[in-house]
Design a protein around this ligand. Structure first.
Ligand SMILES: *[C@@H]1O[C@H](CO)[C@@H](O)[C@H](O)[C@H]1NC(C)=O
Ligand SMILES: *[C@@H]1O[C@H](CO)[C@@H](O)[C@H](O)[C@H]1NC(C)=O
Ligand SMILES: *[C@@H]1O[C@H](CO)[C@@H](O)[C@H](O)[C@H]1NC(C)=O
Ligand SMILES: *[C@@H]1O[C@H](CO)[C@@H](O)[C@H](O)[C@H]1NC(C)=O
Ligand SMILES: *[C@@H]1O[C@H](CO)[C@@H](O)[C@H](O)[C@H]1NC(C)=O
Length: 182
């Protein structure tokens, strides 16, 4: 009996490491620091309104306050958090990496629509549950304390060796479905 319980637990752990999140399945975005300031570990992604139809991705330590997002055929979309059937619930919000000239890392914008053909494609959830991109210029995610005075998401450019500032961390973003196996 005890053996079976242990074996079941081991199997569950094994299953958990193979996330396999389907297209359009909603998840919350959880950070894990791989280099730099560990205070950016275990934070949840949400959107921060910056103008008409524009948002930055910011983080907080409260899962409930995190927004749901999903991958739609390599577009990285965010779901409006209040299911109130208002018009804004029907607007698609997609994440675009922003063009950078001579910058080691750059900004990200979420705006109405399905994202640009170049900067808003190629996102997937990898087998290990991390949100990655095979966009030719993308080299990972960063979270930094920035202008909104809360942790904010940035992207690393492939042609640079990044010196991680003490106000930043290199992170992996995990797609958390909230189900026991995730
Ligand atoms: C977490 O966020 C939710 C939704 O914004 C809020 O209602 C709740 O009070 C927050 N909890 C904590 C502990 O901050
Ligand atoms: C997924 O993206 C396509 C356009 O690329 C759009 O027609 C469709 O409505 C999107 N699905 C969702 C759930 O946003
Ligand atoms: C998760 O998978 C991605 C894509 O294959 C890889 O780059 C990353 O290093 C992996 N992370 C861990 C912790 O294994
Ligand atoms: C997106 O991914 C495809 C398939 O891996 C690749 O051929 C293409 O070059 C990528 N696009 C960009 C802009 O990096
Ligand atoms: C990054 O660092 C590696 C190892 O020090 C070096 O080989 C490479 O040329 C550097 N790349 C750039 C773009 O500076």
């Amino acid at each position: 009996m005890r053996f079976i319980a242990l074996a079941t637990a081991a199997l569950a752990a094994l299953t958990a490491s193979v996330a396999g999140i389907n297209d359009l399945a909603q998840f919350k975005v959880k950070s894990k620091v791989i280099e730099g300031n560990t205070k950016f570990c275990g934070l949840w992604g949400s959107l921060y309104h910056t103008g008409a139809g524009m948002w930055d991705v910011t983080f907080q330590d409260n899962r409930t306050a995190g927004w749901y997002s999903f991958i739609n055929n390599t577009q990285f979309q965010w779901a409006y958090p209040t299911p109130t059937n208002t018009e804004s619930d029907d607007i698609p919000w997609a994440l675009d990496l922003q063009y950078q000239a001579y910058n080691a890392w750059g900004t990200i914008e979420v705006s109405a629509g399905y994202g640009s053909e170049y900067y808003g494609r190629n996102f997937t959830v990898a087998e290990n549950g991390t949100i990655v991109s095979d966009f030719e210029e993308w080299a990972g995610w960063l979270i930094c304390d920035w202008g909104h005075q809360v942790p904010q998401l940035f992207w690393a450019q492939i042609a640079y060796n990044i010196t991680v500032l003490c106000s930043c961390a290199r992170v992996e973003l995990y797609a958390d479905t909230g189900s026991p196996s995730s």
